[in-house]
Design a protein around this ligand. Structure first.
Ligand code: CUA
Length: 320
């Protein structure tokens, strides 16, 4: 094999190694019951597949190199019937039954520990936490959830997206005109990464979100903080029309086509998992969002002076 032939192999091997090294976004590092089932199925199928491969290769080697002895027609017929018909039927049926047993049930009688409304939009996530009284606390681009069962209510206003937190379970589409419900049971606290798993436009690959799994008390404390309104000197925000698209509760609540920014400074990323949430990146984002995320609906604010950008970044940086 020449250099040309080996290069794809090396790249593939490197990708496999890199994938294995990212446990925050890996279905093979489960942090929830549904993901554990998927990982189990994967390893079971890999193991059974490898065993069958070894058996077939062994038989092939024997057929080519072994001492040839004539067999009866009866034996040859039985060999094909058992190896070619009965064996695959039994193995595939067993895997099918196991795989079907991992599907979620059609009906859920028990109430979830928390219900989160997720609206997938080009190219970000509107996230709302339903309180016991039915009201919803809105935030964006980051999902916090407690250990236990969370019910995600998935919708989309524009195109089909797919909501996927590999560490917690399988993906589910967010489809315009439909409401899909996905239940996931988190079992291990930590920070994971969710993504959009359905091509939805230019910046489909820049539509991610951190997922923070907390103990029940920590989650309750976080949600109580999230429910509080913001405060701060908002003149620069209002004067430049930011309020036409973004809500900052307690400061400006007129427009809501863009992400809620009430506690934007407490989030770890901006632009839906695209940039680390630093003052420098925030400046970059406001001045030219399209340069960071092609196709983003937010207009560029390139006309702002340095002093105005500073003031805006300072205001947003105070929204903890
Ligand atoms: Cu949203 Cu892909």
């Amino acid at each position: 094999m020449g250099q040309r032939g080996t290069r794809p192999l090396i790249v593939t091997a490197a990708c496999l190694v890199l994938v294995a090294c990212n446990p925050t976004q890996s279905a093979l590092h489960p942090a929830g019951d549904e993901a554990a089932g998927v990982a189990w199925l994967f390893w079971l199928m890999t193991g059974v597949g490898a065993a069958i491969w070894l058996i077939v290769i062994g038989i092939t080697v024997y057929a080519v190199l072994g001492r040839r002895r004539p067999t009866t027609e009866w034996f040859a017929d039985r060999f094909i019937l058992v190896g070619g018909v009965a064996f695959p039927t039994v193995v595939l049926a067993a895997l099918l039954v196991f795989g079907l047993s991992l599907l979620p049930s059609w009906t859920e009688d028990e109430a979830p520990d928390v219900r989160i409304h997720v609206r997938a939009e080009q190219f970000w996530w509107r996230v709302g936490y339903e309180l016991p009284d039915g009201s919803v606390i809105e935030t964006a681009n980051e999902v916090h959830l407690p250990l236990g069962t969370t019910e995600f209510v998935l919708t989309s206003p524009d195109v089909i997206h797919s909501f996927w937190i590999p560490a917690l379970g399988g993906k589910m589409d967010a489809i315009p005109g439909r409401t899909n419900v996905l239940r996931l049971t988190a079992t291990r606290p930590g920070v994971y990464r969710g993504v959009c798993a359905e091509f939805c436009g230019t910046s489909h690959a820049l539509m991610a979100f951190p997922v923070v799994v907390l103990g029940p008390e920590d989650f309750a404390a976080w949600l109580a903080g999230e429910a509080l309104p913001a405060s701060g000197e908002a003149d620069i925000f209002i004067a430049n029309g930011c309020g036409a698209c973004h809500v900052v509760r307690g400061v400006s609540e007129t427009g809501s086509v863009g992400p809620d920014l009430t506690h934007v400074a407490s989030r770890s990323t901006i632009g839906a998992g695209t940039l680390a949430n630093t003052a420098e990146n925030l400046r970059r984002w406001i001045a030219a969002p399209d340069a960071v995320k092609p196709g983003v609906h937010m207009p560029a604010f390139a006309h702002l002076t340095d002093a105005e950008l500073d003031a805006l970044v300072r205001f947003l940086g105070g929204l903890r």
